[in-house]
Design a protein around this ligand. Structure first.
Ligand SMILES: Nc1ncnc2c1ncn2[C@@H]1O[C@H](COP(=O)(O)OP(=O)(O)OP(=O)(O)O)[C@@H](O)[C@H]1O
Ligand SMILES: Nc1nc2c(ncn2[C@H]2C[C@H](O)[C@@H](COP(=O)(O)OP(=O)(O)O)O2)c(=O)[nH]1
Length: 226
């Protein structure tokens, strides 16, 4: 039996993690696991971790590491039969270490996008909160302005995507992400992609994964943490 594939995708808000993850999931048949979606699911089903997470998100803060790992690692344990791509986790070195102790990663994708590009993109980002679907009024607009393509429900702009909140958010990302990037670099699995356009980055990611995925399909690598 060949091996399963495990990857994480990192990058500042607006760098295209969600957009690229969808393309990877579609092309390579991986599960796209989004930490933001897990958090939102836990908030709507009012789990203990979800109730706690909400108090931080309401203040515009990251969810603390121990809450995040408690929420996420059990979900990964349910995925031992699947290849997956994890989007939005880890965001801190403590999270990267927790993940490392429960499974081996093959690839860490790091998106390096100029600040001005990020600001411009997030100004135009609209989301459908129940599903996590993301639109950009220029890059991938909804079919009907202001409405989700699938449900027809209203789209919203997140408070922290507004220009005033963005610069501080991006600065904070840089500080926290640097040790995570160094961690994966030291492991020899870091692949950084720099450009202003997702459509120019995507072929390079596609080529990289084409060389990795057929070689490693199937064989569970996430150890149970229990
Ligand atoms: N790994 C994590 N560590 C801490 N908090 C997290 C993590 N992942 C998600 N969260 C919390 O959940 C919220 C929603 O996450 P999500 O990734 O959907 O959106 P985001 O912060 O707008 O990120 P991005 O703009 O990069 O897509 C975050 O703002 C944060 O409070
Ligand atoms: N103009 C432009 N917009 C882009 C490009 N790639 C992604 N976008 C849009 C889609 C979203 O509205 C926004 C952020 O993308 P995202 O995939 O949600 O990023 P992330 O926050 O998950 O990292 O930018 C791109 O290459 N050009």
């Amino acid at each position: 039996m060949s091996k399963l594939f495990r990857a994480v995708i990192m990058g500042p808000p607006g760098s295209g993690k969600g957009t690229i993850s969808e393309r990877i999931a579609h092309n390579f048949g991986l599960k796209h696991l989004s930490s933001g979606d897990f958090v939102r699911e836990n908030i709507s089903s009012k789990t203990d971790a979800g109730v706690l997470a909400k108090t931080y998100i309401n203040k515009g803060l990251l969810v603390p590491d121990h809450v995040m790992t408690r929420l996420l690692l059990p979900r990964l344990e349910e995925m031992t039969k699947y290849s997956w791509l994890l989007d939005g986790f880890p965001r801190t070195l403590a999270q990267a270490e927790a993940l490392n102790s429960s499974c081996d990663l093959d690839v860490a994708i790091n998106l390096n996008i100029p600040l001005e590009t990020l600001k411009e993109r997030l100004r135009h980002r609209w989301i459908h909160p129940p599903s996590g679907r993301v639109y950009n009024m220029c890059f991938n607009p909804p079919r009907i302005q202001g409405l989700d393509d699938i449900t027809g429900e209203a789209l919203i702009q997140q408070e922290d995507d507004r220009p005033e909140a963005l610069v501080a958010r991006l600065r904070h990302y840089k500080d926290v992400a640097k040790p995570v990037i160094d961690f994966y670099k030291a492991k020899g699995i870091l692949y950084t992609f720099s450009d202003t356009e997702t459509d120019r980055i995507w072929p390079n990611i596609n080529t990289l994964l084409s060389t990795k995925i057929p070689a490693i399909q199937s064989d569970a690598r996430c150890a149970s943490t229990r």
